[in-house]
Design a protein around this ligand. Sequence first.
Ligand code: NJP
Length: 232
Amino acid sequence: MKKKVAVVTGASRGLGAHIAQVLSEEGYVLALGARDLESLKSLAEELPGEVFPLALDLSDPGSIINFHAAVNETLGPIDVLVNNAGIGVFKRLEEFSDHEFRKIFAVNVQGAWQMTTAFLNDLKDREGMVIMVSSDVSTRVFPNGGVYCASKFALRALTRTFQMENPDIRVLELRPGAIDTYFANSVPGAEGKDGFLKPKDVADTLRYALTVPKHVRLEELVLRSTEQEPEY
Ligand code: NJP
């Protein structure tokens, strides 16, 4: 029987590295993508299963084409795609440069769209699952968060459209609140992050999502630390 194969973007650190850990423990052969190939290689050495670290820059369409070709050639069709990579810059809307705005949308929105499109036929053949890591802010906004929130609203729209257009696969929007990672130039364990989710909390939620029976479609999962205010 063919082994289950999963792709994780943004696996070089933070949440993506924890998701890779979970998938590896669950017996998936992994293709991990990010720009920092050295960190991916170090992670691959620590994980229990078979892991292929590959360079991937989601802001470069050519890099996604090369990544997909390399995965296809080495591992064949995939069962799970985790579009985890994402970036955030937080400031007032009028302070954004054209470059910053485009970069956020290139990585968080267009990159996830192109990755999903590239692997779509595989995923359909194998009745696979796509996990879009968006955010608890994919339905609300806050001052200084406008561009990031807009990118996650857009990702939510893509998630739902992919699902409606492709009933053979399951597409989950995973919506974590604040997580203690390297996000937006922060450092794990830094002051003020005590009340954040740990990346393992989110990765373990994804572990659960992978175990539900095939006739169950989890459409979205929102999780926040109990230290964070509930927002609906
Ligand atoms: O962030 P971080 P998280 N091409 O900075 C990669 C969402 N989220 O783990 O390329 C390819 O530790 C980067 O790799 P590298 C968030 O929006 C977070 O927290 O080597 N990959 C690294 O592996 C995102 O979707 C919070 O630099 C690129 C990874 O992305 C997801 O959680 C709250 C790339 C980022 O790791 C994981 O973020 C929330 C590119 N061009 C949602 N650019 C939170 N942390 O508080 C970056 O609601 N990456």
